[in-house]
Ligand binder design. Structure first.
Ligand SMILES: *[C@@H]1O[C@H](CO)[C@@H](O)[C@H](O)[C@H]1NC(C)=O
Ligand SMILES: *[C@@H]1O[C@H](CO)[C@@H](O)[C@H](O)[C@H]1NC(C)=O
Ligand SMILES: *[C@@H]1O[C@H](CO)[C@@H](O)[C@H](O)[C@H]1NC(C)=O
Ligand SMILES: *[C@@H]1O[C@H](CO)[C@@H](O)[C@H](O)[C@H]1NC(C)=O
Ligand SMILES: *[C@@H]1O[C@H](CO)[C@@H](O)[C@H](O)[C@H]1NC(C)=O
Length: 355
């Protein structure tokens, strides 16, 4: 008992430290946004806005204003995303909020496809993930594509299933010591646990209505690897990424092939396959991956909200100049295809959320 509660305490401590750091960063960037906004409001009174931008860019008063891309981000953040809602960690949700989220997922799994398929609305997301897998994994677009993909999922929960919360994230660093014992696997207020028997089918919990259809019809499966490779889930591992990776490519490859992949593999069943989003745990795992990228961006926002390069083709991993902010993220009708540049800042009008 004593050691369990000590472990809990130290988890809480780590969580609080990270939470504090994140909220400090969020606050200081919110302040700087507010500062810029106030400046612009005064400026509008004095002169036409076009000439102000001309002066700023000509004299490079704010170097990060000098590309039209930054102008667009700052402008959008100010004009239409004043108070970006917070995505919260799974265990910060009340029981009711957890049930609301799971209920909205169940609701999507009962609605018909909007892509003209003979499967459910939930399956639309899996269909697109399966079909676009080669262009969206182990390549530069992996992070922006998944950021946009889970945002569209969050939109669908809110707009089609009356979900009033935000997509939660699962901070598995809090569970690194024993991921298989995480409260996220609760059968009464969570995602259910491991699969059972040789089929690895989920036989208990709240997700039994989900009947995966892609790449073919099967039961929802999990097959926890004993230990779940917890050493890749640790806070140290994430701090190392935040402190020791300086370019997008470096950060993305280490995040994707390390913790990201370990969690997919550790859970097993759907998660290591192209149909990984058959398992709703996918979305809270990817919210955590997105949050880790978000935090890395907030450490140096002027640079990292535009830092994007690497290969687009998985067979050409060294073609680092292939990817550009103007590339299109395809969504096969889940939502409009968009340029990578549109999803680099979560405080844009299009995305409008923070962690
Ligand atoms: C959807 O259609 C395909 C192809 O016609 C078929 O194989 C599959 O069983 C159908 N799925 C459902 C859920 O009806
Ligand atoms: C998960 O369940 C499978 C059977 O489906 C079993 O082989 C495996 O050992 C279980 N994993 C853990 C960590 O208990
Ligand atoms: C970052 O790298 C340095 C040098 O390799 C290492 O000493 C330090 O422990 C790393 N930081 C983390 C948090 O792992
Ligand atoms: C996990 O971490 C270990 C040691 O740091 C590393 O060798 C391994 O490649 C990582 N990734 C996966 C998917 O296990
Ligand atoms: C990816 O690279 C391989 C090997 O260079 C090439 O054969 C293939 O056509 C490329 N794919 C695309 C979509 O460009």
């Amino acid at each position: 008992m004593a050691s369990a509660s000590a472990a809990e305490e130290s988890c809480d401590e780590k969580f609080n430290l990270i939470a504090e750091e994140v909220s400090h960063i969020a606050q200081s960037s919110a302040e700087s946004y507010a500062g810029i906004r106030d400046f612009l409001l005064v400026a509008v009174g004095l002169s036409a806005i076009a000439s102000i931008f001309f002066l700023l860019t000509t004299f490079d008063v704010f170097p990060h204003f000098s590309s039209s891309f930054s102008d667009e981000i700052v402008h959008k953040a100010q004009a239409s995303c004043h108070d970006p809602p917070l995505r919260r960690e799974w265990r910060a949700l009340t029981k009711e909020e957890k049930m609301d989220f799971i209920g909205a997922v169940q609701c999507l799994a009962k609605k018909p496809s909007k892509l003209g398929l003979n499967t459910t609305r939930y399956d639309d997301f899996v269909y697109v993930h399966v079909n676009l897998y080669p262009d969206t994994h182990n390549v530069a677009p992996s992070l922006p594509w998944h950021r946009y993909y889970i945002k569209i999922f969050e939109n669908a929960l809110q707009e089609e299933c009356n979900f009033e919360g935000q997509l939660p994230y699962w901070d598995w660093t809090l569970d690194a010591a024993a991921p298989e014992d995480s409260p996220i696997w609760s059968v009464t207020h969570g995602f259910g646990g491991n699969g059972t028997g040789d089929s690895h089918c989920l036989e208990d919990g709240l997700l039994l209505d989900l009947k995966p259809q892609y790449p073919n019809k099967h039961c929802l499966q999990r097959d926890f690897i004993p230990g779940m490779v917890g050493f890749n889930y640790t806070t140290e591992k994430i701090l190392d990424l935040w402190q020791n990776t300086t370019s997008y490519h470096d950060f993305r490859t280490h995040l994707e092939s390390g913790p990201h992949k370990s969690v997919h593999n550790g859970i097993g069943g759907e998660m290591p396959t192209h149909g990984s989003s058959n398992d709703p745990i996918f979305f809270v795992h990817h919210a955590q991956i997105d949050r880790i990228w978000w935090h890395w961006q907030q450490l140096q926002p002027q640079k990292r909200l535009e830092d994007y390069f690497g290969p687009n083709n998985v067979s050409e991993p060294d073609a680092l100049s292939q990817a550009s902010l103007q590339d299109t993220l395809a969504m096969m009708g889940l939502d409009s295809d968009r340029a990578v540049a549109r999803v680099m800042d979560t405080r844009s009008k299009l995305l409008c959320y923070q962690y």
